[in-house]
Design a protein around this ligand. Structure first.
Ligand code: F6P
Length: 365
């Protein structure tokens, strides 16, 4: 067999993608493996193929560089997810063309680095005979099969930095500041950043909120002499009896674009409490820039283990961080379509509640 690995990055970008690429290339080179980077997500495998050799000398500086040198896509011919649990089979014609090009390139394995959508495509490719290994990426941290995904820690660090900055301005002006962060189905970024950044109200998709509870919290703080309040809201948080707030109506072959919940919450808080309220949407700042030290080591371990799985011909698997803190394989079919959500009755939420942080609901007594 030839010793050539194709590497593809799919879905939304996130800090650490380049660090994973670097680890695969460096670990592979020691054993005489070549690597080929596929450009622009899986679409790069379609004719005309877009690919470039990845040599050790090209890896300099990649440990800390944000984004992906390969480019990525979360739409296009290969889109396999259109919503929560809504799978789409990539058309046979497209898959056949990708497989034919994979063979023409004389690749012996493909590493797919991405979230639920990318790993779903990877599974479909594996089912048609492509030797695939997956690496779990997403700032949302919502893949159940791994204790954590890479990119999440960096996104949390970005949100905490924003909360720290919002604190001082909120306090100076006696205002309510609302920070909208990413988190489509899972509120991990909002929950972790909210705890680490001292938020007073945390709104997450897993717990429906109402304005009475938020108002009560703000009033209680006023009574205590605290005339400012910090609210962090995940883009996928929903008001009781309502669905997602979206910023684009078009759905088609991709997931609907979320956004707007922060402004909506801020406006309502201002109307109800008569307190001046401002909203900041953190958006793609969470997906840019250098990975944190945690993400750098995680990406390096993911990349090396992905290569080791290839060397052992362990295909159809994703490398995961296991409960014991070690790297290990999980089947791609186990990895996809099982979201890791914040447990509303779990330790994280209970710790926050023990501090008096509101989740915008009436907590069970
Ligand atoms: O899945 C990661 C994510 O960051 C979501 O939280 C968010 O809804 C989505 O990507 C945004 O993607 P886009 O880059 O298409 O706006």
């Amino acid at each position: 067999m030839t010793k050539k690995i194709g590497i593809v990055t799919g879905g939304g970008d996130c800090p650490g993608l380049n660090a994973v690429i670097r680890a695969i290339v460096k670990a592979g080179a020691l054993y005489g493996w070549e690597c080929l980077g596929i450009h622009g997500g899986f679409d790069g495998l379609l004719t005309p193929v877009r690919a470039m050799p990845l040599a050790i000398k090209d890896m300099d500086g990649l440990l800390i560089r944000g984004g992906t040198i390969l480019g990525t896509a979360n739409s296009g011919q290969f889109s396999a997810k259109t919503g929560r649990g809504e799978l789409r089979q990539v058309p046979k014609k497209i898959m056949n063309q990708a497989k034919a090009n994979f063979d023409k390139l004389a690749l012996s394995a493909l590493v797919a680095i991405g979230g639920d959508g990318t790993l779903t495509i990877a599974q479909q490719m594996f089912e048609m005979g492509v030797p695939v290994v997956g690496v779990p990426k997403t700032i949302d941290n919502d893949l159940d099969a791994t204790q954590t995904t890479f990119g999440f820690d960096t996104a949390v660090a970005c949100a905490v930095d924003a909360l720290d900055r919002l604190h001082s301005t909120a306090q100076s002006h006696n205002r309510v500041m609302v920070l909208e962060v990413m988190g489509r189905y899972a509120g991990w970024i909002a929950a972790y950043a909210g705890l680490a950044g001292g938020a007073d109200v945390i709104l997450i998709p897993e717990i429906k909120f109402n304005y009475d509870a938020i108002q009560k919290k703000i009033k209680a703080r006023e009574t205590e002499g605290k005339h400012f309040t910090i609210v962090i809201v995940a883009e996928g948080a929903t008001l009781e009896g309502q669905g997602f707030i979206t910023s684009s109506k078009t759905k088609g072959d991709r997931e609907v674009r979320l956004g707007g919940i922060g402004h909506m919450v801020a406006m309502e808080i201002e109307t109800l409490t008569k307190k001046e309220t401002r909203c900041v949407v953190l958006g793609h700042l969470q997906r840019g820039g250098q990975p944190t030290q945690w993400d750098r080591q995680l990406c390096t371990r993911f990349g090396v283990h992905a290569f080791q799985m290839i060397a052992k011909k362990q295909f159809g698997y994703m490398v995961a961080l296991k409960k014991n803190g070690m790297m290990g394989p999980v089947t791609l079919s186990e990895a996809i379509n099982k979201l890791r959500l914040v447990d509303p009755d779990g330790e994280l939420v209970m710790t926050a509640r023990a501090l008096g942080i509101s989740f915008g609901d009436e907590p069970k007594s």
